[in-house]
Design a protein around this ligand. Structure first.
Ligand code: ZN
Ligand code: ZN
Length: 160
């Protein structure tokens, strides 16, 4: 279940190595399990956790963030060594997101503005009350009760 938890954000001054290890151990996963999830070589993950790799290519950052159940932005923040503001991080596609599931890691990328599957504009706020989305654990906005997901109607039902 995906929740935006500040424990998952890199701490001020935390290195990429320390951050990745902390998140991995927080999930109770071995290096091998994370490497398998991310389709990375165990050695590559080992180098990241030993601080020998301090920059990530696009493929690795997306795969590793998926394996660690965090946003790729968090890894970027750890690479840069700058803390991230929690309220900007969570985004989802109102068409493709399945309630209660993990958002696609690519939606959470700071550069993603549109869904890669359906081209819908991604949302990080409730469309009704404009409160930031802080958890996708629930289907509805906790402030006003509006459904986060767009309910699709079949146009033909109405034209008959
Ligand atoms: Zn979509
Ligand atoms: Zn709302």
């Amino acid at each position: 279940m995906y929740t935006l938890n500040t424990e998952h954000l890199p701490k001020s001054g935390e290195s990429l190595a320390d951050y990745v290890r902390r998140i991995r151990t927080g999930l109770a996963l071995s290096q091998k399990e994370v490497a398998d999830r991310a389709n990375l070589h165990l050695q590559s993950l080992g180098k990241i956790e030993r601080g020998q790799t301090t920059r990530l290519n696009q493929k690795t950052r997306v795969a590793l963030s998926g394996a660690l159940e965090i946003s790729p932005e968090y890894l970027d923040a750890a690479v840069r060594g700058t803390p991230l503001v929690a309220s900007t991080a969570l985004k989802y596609c109102p068409n493709c997101w399945v309630a209660g599931s993990l958002p696609e890691p690519i939606w959470l990328d700071v550069r993603s503005r549109f869904c890669f599957l359906c081209s819908e504009a991604l949302r990080n706020r409730c469309i009704a009350c404009n409160e930031p989305v802080i958890s996708l654990k629930f289907r509805f906005c906790p402030h006003c009760g509006t459904a986060y997901k767009t309910i699709r109607h079949n146009a033909r039902e109405y034209s008959a």
